[in-house]
Design a protein around this ligand. Structure first.
Ligand code: SF4
Length: 344
């Protein structure tokens, strides 16, 4: 049994069995100097390469079978975090483990089994599908390459996976451009399912689809969860979708986690001022679903984030302490964590 995780509590669903753990995970990107910058530096300028702290010390756990929503404004680091979980981007610091085994060893994914067990569904299905490949090759390539299905059986296997995601197997010889946006996303889901994953990282996976198609794809994700015991990291800026789909929600701001709680607690009684700002609704009674308004104020640059609490320039409660001291993410009630000095 692993040591208790700092973000885990008795009231949390992840207390039963943790399948994914992140501990103090950070990712930095160095913005290289362009030619003019290099020349200026040679001429004696103090100009330097800049570092983006895309993810800054994130710790969280996901319980087996759970849907964990990861929410924040554009540029908060949620997609970068998802890519580290999916074995696409190595972390700069910290550890990520899946089913007790580390995902990364330095800059390399440690084991093929882990890489296959965690699959990613991308926002833009068209960009993530090779336009020169037929669906049967897009879906069937990885299972054959990894020896999961004999080549002579791949036709039947692809047909089975296509049926599971609601695609007609008769269309398997078609190319991605011959499908609608919703169907293309189903091809992306079929490609991920073909290697029998246990964990799906969905990165804004329905954001590019029409609202009516979004509902169908969400229902597909939930059916797959029930049928295949899948666990999800569901990354989205769309709070209405997250409220509908997630068991717990993690709120990120400028690379840091600011609040973790059950979906019910987040939406009924948000603790962190940033979560409260995110959940400010536009009062429009004709809308059947909640509609949220953008948080007031500019998002600061991750190249030069504010001192102390990153949210202080936009926070109506900010004090001198907030400007100087980073608030720790700590438990404020069973199963609830928040990073705000107001809780002291
Ligand atoms: Fe606002 Fe201060 Fe809390 Fe940050 S720590 S959210 S600035 S009150």
């Amino acid at each position: 049994m692993n040591a208790p995780h700092p973000t885990e509590t008795a009231g949390s669903p992840v207390a039963r069995r943790r399948i994914l753990e992140a501990r103090d995970v950070s990712k930095r990107f160095v913005k290289r100097l362009d030619l003019a910058g290099k020349i200026a530096r040679r001429l004696g300028s103090s100009i330097r390469e800049e570092t983006v702290h895309a993810v800054d010390g994130v710790s969280l756990s996901v319980g087996e079978g759970e849907v964990l929503g990861l929410v924040g404004e554009s540029g908060c680091g949620k997609s970068t975090f998802g890519r580290m979980v999916a074995g696409i981007l190595p972390p700069s610091e910290g550890t990520l483990s899946f089913d007790g085994k580390p995902i990364w060893n330095g800059g390399r994914v440690t084991a093929r089994e882990t890489a296959l067990a965690v699959q990613m569904i991308f926002q833009d299905p068209f960009a993530s599908l090779d336009p020169r490949m037929r669906v049967q090759d897009i879906v069937g390539e990885a299972p054959v390459v990894h020896g999961m299905v004999p080549r002579k059986e791949i036709g039947d296997y692809v047909a089975e996976v296509m049926l599971r995601v609601g695609l007609d197997p008769d269309f398997r010889r078609r190319y991605p451009h011959q499908f609608s946006g919703g169907q293309r996303q189903r091809i992306g889901i079929a490609r991920a399912l073909a290697v029998k994953p246990r964990f799906l990282v969905c990165d804004e996976a329905i954001a590019a689809l029409d609202v009516s198609i979004q509902a169908q794809v969400i229902n597909l994700f939930m059916d797959l969860r029930a049928d295949l015991d899948l666990t999800y990291l569901f990354i989205s800026h769309d709070l209405s979708v997250v409220e509908h789909i997630a068991d717990r929600v993690v709120i990120m701001y400028l690379g840091r986690v600011v609040e973790i709680a059950t979906t019910e607690d987040i939406f009924d009684d948000p603790n962190h001022p940033y979560t409260q700002a995110l959940l400010s609704e536009v009062p429009r009674i004709e809308l059947r679903r909640r509609d949220y308004q953008p948080v007031k104020g500019e998002i600061p640059s991750p190249l030069d984030p504010p001192s102390g609490c990153h949210f202080h320039p936009r926070c109506p409660h900010a004090t001198e302490r907030c400007r100087a001291e980073r608030p720790a993410l700590r438990e404020i009630a069973p199963g609830r964590l928040s990073a705000c000095h107001l809780n002291d």
